[in-house]
Design a protein around this ligand. Structure first.
Ligand code: G3I
Length: 322
């Protein structure tokens, strides 16, 4: 294959990237590489609640619209990220809940309206939505977000039902990190999915974020975990893959990183239900990693100058295990 688009096509999956909309607008080389390589896109931040409704009732869709339009022009499918999360909520919402000016009943209708408005706006244009993101903690308990605390556990079923009503053809996902390997999180999430299915809730997919680092062992059981979700009738996807390292970069570390990327693709390809592998940014020029993990970086497939790294070549070399 000549590039990731061809590779994805050969394997019958989509290979995507998270997109920084400011970079997409301002940097011609970023724009060009994104559209040459990727057949799927996710907004890194532009579809999050704080981005689309920074003031109550004031909607700012320009960036999200720009991504959806760019995707259509460049024959890319879109993952919507994300409808219900505990982070990047608008200040008016968190403050209103904290000071009691928004009570539980109002909070529930605010959430319903948010989901309905956003999903309807992009109806038919989003292949898959991350409906709920990171709702289970690493210890296997449900995350005590404002949603769980004020609405009770039923908010998850409600969110899927509201999203489905707004766009019946979109694939609706539960998405999480450490779901590649963390046993308590895996078991709770599987039980949660089964419970939702037993109530007839429209849930169609499980997303594995895949934020990896070469200083940790590769999650060797990942394909089996994917299969356990697939056995429930779900599709699965790798939604936010990146592989960070302690700086400075060395040739040895880049080679190790390449192995992690190719194993992740191989794991996805070995599970028939795995439809998409998306990286959380494709260039080290725009990556969340250095800002969140001081001293770490170089997590992406392309360097700051958009030169492909060994990990990119390693992906192109992956042969189908199916
Ligand atoms: O909006 C402000 C902007 O006004 C200001 O100029 C700028 C200066 O730093 O900050 C901007 O906000 C930043 C925002 O990204 C938009 O760029 C925040 O500080 C920054 O914390 C925020 O980080 C994002 C992070 O989610 C926040 O939760 C990352 O870019 C984004 O990559 C990351 O993505 C998450 C996924 O959504 C869910 N899974 C984990 C993943 C990595 O954390």
């Amino acid at each position: 294959p000549r590039d990731l688009r061809q590779l994805a096509q050969q394997h019958g999956i989509k290979i995507g990237s998270a997109v920084d909309i400011a970079a997409l607008r301002a940097e011609a080389d970023y724009h060009k590489t994104l559209n040459r390589e990727f057949s799927h896109v996710t907004a890194e931040n532009a579809m999050k609640w704080e981005s689309v409704e920074p003031e109550r009732g004031v909607f700012t869709w320009a960036d999200a619209d720009a991504l959806v339009d760019s995707a259509r022009r460049n024959r890319q499918q879109v993952r919507g990220h994300t409808l219900v999360w505990h982070n990047q909520l608008p200040a008016w919402l968190t403050a209103g809940v904290a000071d009691g000016s928004i009570d539980a009943g109002e909070l529930r209708s605010i959430l319903r309206d948010h989901i309905t408005t956003q999903v309807r706006r992009y109806k038919g244009k989003i292949r898959a939505w991350d409906v709920v993101n990171e709702v289970v903690q690493d210890d296997g308990t449900m995350r005590p977000s404002i949603w769980l605390t004020h609405l009770g556990p039923g908010y998850i079923a409600d969110a899927f039902r509201w999203a489905h009503r707004a766009d019946p053809r979109a694939k609706l996902y539960i998405n999480d990190y450490n779901l590649e390997w963390n046993a308590p999180k895996i078991e709770t999430t599987l039980a949660l999915v089964k419970g939702l299915q037993a109530q007839g809730v429209p849930i169609h997919g499980a997303g594995f974020q895949g934020h990896l680092g070469i200083q940790y062992d590769y999650p060797g059981d990942w394909a089996n975990v994917m299969r356990r979700f697939a056995d429930l009738g779900l599709e699965v996807a790798v939604t936010e893959l990146d592989v960070r390292m302690e700086l400075p970069v060395t040739a040895e570390k880049l080679a190790e990183q390449a192995g992690y990327y190719s194993r992740a693709l191989t794991d996805c390809l070995s599970v028939r239900a795995c439809r998409e592998l998306t990286v959380w940014g494709f260039t080290d020029r725009h990556s969340w990693v250095p800002g969140w993990f001081p001293g770490q970086g170089s997590a992406c497939l392309f360097d700051e100058n958009l030169a492909p790294k060994p990990a990119y070549q390693a992906l192109l070399a992956v042969r189908s295990p199916r």
